[in-house]
Design a protein around this ligand. Structure first.
Ligand code: F6P
Length: 342
């Protein structure tokens, strides 16, 4: 048996442990594994590398993906799908393990439904926005890094009697911002799920905190909507998603706070610094377990599925259940946050 593996979409910590899990379980079954470089681009263009035991040694502690990532969508490339199908034949693959978020796994699901490709997915994303799984690897590491950044900002903010705003990634899901704010004891959080920022409520609360402590911290998710701000024409990627990095929502919130409260405020944007670095133990364990499980699913011929963490177990679920509907912050979680901001 021979299987292929690729990592699509944005990279995140945990991908390398997952690749290690795939390769070691394949070796355990006496199978061969080849890696496709740079996500779907690799299988469209036939960019491969053999994955043997040597390649997956020392991978557990490495961020990023040893195979490379891209946001290529074969459905948007000229003849892309045909090339994928041709290369699956050419490289004599019995199964294809695809590691990705909503976009990459959405393509996997389409290829399975339309062409019966022998595909199994592994969910990954720092955004934690996939359905049917309790967590995705990449998220825990991103939150740990963001909490460190928040604590650093708080120190300097306290000394200068400032309000410090931390802008984090997470696209249209506020999980990274919410967990960072709660775990890092921020005074306010702004989430995309809450709709237009309620400036009055935010200022009233921060004024109270500032009077008490002469400093405050706010966590802002990159996907929020700031009233009255024209974001202009956003560039879209191949999956039709807005490229959010130029919106500068953290800076906009700083301007509002300085104007309304008359205190000094500053913003820190950690951007891609929350997407690299050594995976946390949680992400290493989830990565390697999902890698092993994906190969089990190939062995059982359970194609069109993805691995999911449900409670403490890794299980196979239909790809369909994981993609299409974003997993966003629920009311319960927002209510918890509101109790914690005093
Ligand atoms: O989806 C993961 C993510 O890190 C988002 O949080 C962020 O908006 C986006 O990717 C950034 O993408 P890129 O690396 O292409 O700038």
């Amino acid at each position: 048996m021979k299987i292929g593996v690729l990592t699509g979409g944005g990279d995140c910590p945990g991908l390398n442990p997952a690749i290690r899990g795939v390769v070691l379980q394949a070796l355990h079954f006496g199978w061969e594994t080849i890696g496709f470089n740079d996500g779907w681009k690799g299988i469209v263009e036939g960019l491969t590398e053999p994955l043997d035991i040597h390649k997956v040694e020392g991978l557990m502690s490495k961020g990023g993906s040893m195979l490379g990532n891209s946001r290529t969508n074969p459905y948007k490339e000229d003849g892309g799908v045909e090339k994928v199908l041709k290369n699956i034949k050419k490289f004599e693959l019995d199964g294809l393990v695809v590691l990705g978020g909503d976009d990459t796994l959405g393509v996997a699901n389409k290829l399975y439904n339309e062409h019966k490709v022998n595909i199994v997915g592994i969910p990954k994303t720092m955004d934690n926005d996939l359905s049917a799984t309790d967590y995705t690897f990449g998220f825990d590491t991103a939150v740990n890094l963001a909490v460190n950044a928040l604590e650093v900002l708080r120190d300097t903010g306290r000394s200068h009697r400032r309000i410090m705003v931390l802008e984090v990634m997470g696209r249209h899901a506020g999980w990274v911002a919410l967990f960072t704010a709660i775990a890092g004891e921020a005074d306010w959080v702004l989430l995309p799920e809450d709709g237009d920022v309620d400036v009055g409520k935010m200022c009233e609360h921060l004024e109270k905190v500032y009077k008490r402590r002469k400093c405050a911290t706010v966590v802002v998710s990159e996907g929020i909507s700031v009233p009255g701000q024209d974001v202009g024409k956003e560039k879209l990627d191949q999956f039709g998603h807005m490229i959010l990095k130029r919106r500068e929502v953290g800076r906009q919130i700083v301007e509002i706070l300085e104007k309304k409260l008359g205190v000094e405020a500053r913003v820190g944007v950690i951007g891609h610094m929350q997407r690299g670095g050594p995976p946390t133990i949680f992400d290493r364990m989830l990565g390697v377990r999902t890698g092993v499980k994906a190969v089990d699913l190939v062995k059982e011929k359970k194609f069109g599925t993805m691995v999911a963490l449900q409670g403490t177990k890794v299980v196979g679920v239909p790809l369909e259940d994981g993609v299409g509907k974003l997993n966003t912050v629920t009311k319960e979680w927002s209510e918890l946050a509101s109790v914690l901001f005093k």
